[in-house]
Design a protein around this ligand. Structure first.
Ligand code: ADP
Ligand code: ASP
Ligand code: MG
Length: 445
């Protein structure tokens, strides 16, 4: 059994959906996970924000705009009158729901219901399209098995039990379709796996079912050596280890949801990144095999906040670090990077939901300062300590960029630096030029 996830661009128009249908219409047991059509979730976010701001006059035109786009899509997608009508009924039902919200009773709970609409729409329309094309497939609801616990983490046992139960209902089916991104939380309410979460859905499904492979089909031919939105002439990496891919995803390579490699890695299910527009391109294979030793890729994570705590005591008292870390634990705020000196700690977070409370508590232990708008630049590769020169190569290329913090030695595959966000493009360009000229020449052959 394989799990195939198609992202927003891959299902972003009638033509793209038709291509996806061709890609999945082969013998073999498959679970197809779909994202919302591109642009939909962004628009749903805006609609929900307008309701939260109690501005229905802003929400309704946004709903109308989205509906117009979907009307054009179904008109192209379905060929027969019968299925055009079915498509219209689907739109009527979902857009009626969007229009039914009342700003005065609109909370984050209602917002999450709105955000789930994109994946519900794309899967229902795609399933009808397969039906019209006489391609047998079962549409099953992610909301019946995908669940997060009270900490917002996937509840693996629940997912495994309920997913298997759902699949057992169709012992003869080969092709299954379900929604990425959406789930229920511990209260049973509609929730989601955060932006880009369809990758995570695919990985969670692939892991609990011990799939043969998880394929992430997107709009680019694999994990590139740097962010193609900032750097020209990037190229795909043929093979990555789970750890390398995981670091790149966590530190900002948008092609993968930050947490989506771990479930696959835990059950040793290979993940392949493929391009819907170029289905024959080899893409990137992510597996437990170690890949060639060298510097592989660079990623950047935005919106990082650096917090510095300078102990009020002359020397770091025993237990100071523990007290500091416990504050972050209490507020369930993950720390990404840490640097220490004799009397101070600098650390970074990206979730600032509880920043004020954290600051208040940290002030008990010393003087606290905060720098917002920083970024982490993370270089991933094989940096074994016995191989001299890696750090030199990286820092030489960054010699023009002011560096706020450095992390080296935490793992043998990652060297990270913190810089101000204004230097993002300059740093990525410099690293690309400095680290990959030789590989680039080979890759382009
Ligand atoms: P999907 O909608 O299919 O999930 P995403 O937009 O989430 O697609 O991810 C694909 C995009 O990720 C690419 O179009 C590319 O711009 C961006 N990206 C950022 N960093 C990388 C990288 N290192 N390698 C490949 N793509 C990257
Ligand atoms: N539709 C969701 C988003 O835009 C999930 C995803 O695309 O993976 O974030
Ligand atoms: Mg994505």
């Amino acid at each position: 059994m394989k799990v195939l996830k198609f992202g927003g661009t891959s299902v972003g128009s009638a033509e793209r959906m038709e291509s996806v249908a061709k890609l999945v219409n082969h013998p073999g047991h498959k679970i197809v996970v779909l994202s919302a059509m591109s642009g939909t979730t962004d628009q749903l976010v805006k609609i929900a924000e307008a309701f939260l701001e109690q501005l229905p006059e802003k929400a309704f035109p946004l709903i109308k705009e989205l509906e117009t786009k979907y009307k054009a899509t179904i008109d192209k997608l379905f060929k027969s009158k019968e299925y055009k009508k079915k498509g219209e009924e689907v739109l009527a039902e979902h857009f009626e729901l969007l229009r039914s919200f009342k700003p005065n009773v609109f909370t984050r709970k209602e917002e999450r219901i709105i955000l789930a609409e994109g994946e519900l729409l794309s899967t229902t329309l795609f399933h009808y399209y397969l039906e019209e094309q006489e391609i047998p497939a079962v549409l099953f609801p992610a909301l019946s098995f995908m669940r997060i616990n009270e900490d917002g983490e996937p509840d693996h046992d629940y997912i495994e039990e309920h997913l298997k139960k759902e699949l057992e209902k169709y012992p003869h089916a080969e092709l299954f379709i379900t929604q990425g991104y959406i789930c229920r939380n511990s209260f049973g309410q509609v929730d989601n796996l955060k932006r880009g979460g369809s990758d995570y859905t695919a990985s969670l499904i692939g892991a609990v079912l011990d799939a043969e492979e998880i394929q992430i089909w997107t709009d680019i031919d694999g994990m590139h050596n740097s962010d193609p939105r900032y750097v020209p002439d990037t190229f795909p990496i043929a093979k990555l280890s789970f750890d390398e891919a995981s670091e790149l995803a966590y530190f900002g390579a948008k092609i993968l949801h930050p947490s989506c490699i771990r479930p696959a890695q835990k059950r040793n299910v290979p993940v392949r990144l493929l391009n819907t527009m170029q289905p024959d391109a080899p893409g990137t294979l992510i597996s437990q095999d170690a890949s060639d030793d060298d510097i592989k890729a660079v990623a950047a994570k935005d919106n990082i906040t650096v917090i510095k705590i300078k102990s009020t005591q002359m020397l770091m008292a025993y237990g100071f670090m523990r007290s500091v870390f416990e504050v972050f634990e209490r507020y369930k705020t993950p720390i990404d990077m840490v640097a220490t000196s004799e009397v101070s700690i600098s650390l970074t977070i990206d979730d600032t939901t509880h920043l004020e409370d954290i600051m208040k508590e940290l002030k008990k232990y010393g003087t606290v300062s905060v720098d917002m708008d920083q970024i982490i630049i993370c270089v991933v590769g094989d940096f074994l300590a016995h191989k001299p020169g890696c750090a030199f190569r990286i820092f030489e290329t960054l010699k023009e960029i002011p560096i706020t913090m450095i992390s080296y030695g935490g793992s043998k595959i990652n060297i990270s630096v913190i810089i101000n966000g204004i230097y993002k493009k300059a740093a990525l360009m410099a690293l690309s030029k400095g680290l990959f000229p030789k590989v680039k020449a080979t890759a382009n052959k």
